[in-house]
Design a protein around this ligand. Sequence first.
Ligand SMILES: O=c1ccn([C@@H]2O[C@H](COP(=O)(O)O)[C@@H](O)[C@H]2O)c(=O)[nH]1
Length: 230
Amino acid sequence: MTGLILALDTTSPEQAREWVRLAGTACGAVKLGLEFTLARGVSEAVATAGTHRLFLDLKLHDIPNTVRSAVRALAPARPFMLTVHAGGGAAMIAAAREAVEDAFEADARPILLAVTVLTSLDAQGLHEAGVAGGPRQQVLRLGRLAMEHGAHGLVCSPHEVSPLRDALGASPLLVVPGIRPADSAADDQKRVMTPAEARRAGADWIVVGRPITRAADPAAAAAAIAEELA
Ligand SMILES: O=c1ccn([C@@H]2O[C@H](COP(=O)(O)O)[C@@H](O)[C@H]2O)c(=O)[nH]1
């Protein structure tokens, strides 16, 4: 069963709430990230998510001590999921996990996700950043590292779901952006698949923003994606 997380990329709480209303029961959680929280703060993110499960996608990436403190600071928000960059390394991921264990109440611990390789990067983008090997190789390397050092799951593109399952088995929760319905125009997302393809690959959750929020009819777009996942 693959769930839909709606990415609410806006600075406006009113707009975010309206998208959630339009998506209705199609979405199983909502994601608020840097754009919203830098403009409005974490408390407003919590208020905007309302009764929906909140994925706080802050992609923390700093020295271990700073990330540990930042994760601790998120405890009052009680997010359902939160993200760190796997590229921050073993000690940073372990520090984030320590904070999840010691700062959150047992029934409110978030799922700690490590972002492997951003879905906006293709082989050329990785090469320009000095990474030898393609996205698949790098995702597998970082995915293994993150899971060995305390992450509960990984953020990856739909193209790496199957290789990750082969390498790491069923236990990592795989959360997958880079989702584009068939016939979508090309944009900044480079490693993409349709919702149905991601479901067949074995994604636990797909993350979808603009294909819903920028659609002429967001409610219909969300319903169509939910249908592909059913
Ligand atoms: O590798 C990553 C990690 C996170 N994201 C986030 O997902 C959504 C995708 O939105 P779309 O509008 O569907 O492209 C967005 O909030 C990103 O910050 C990602 O795309 N890729």
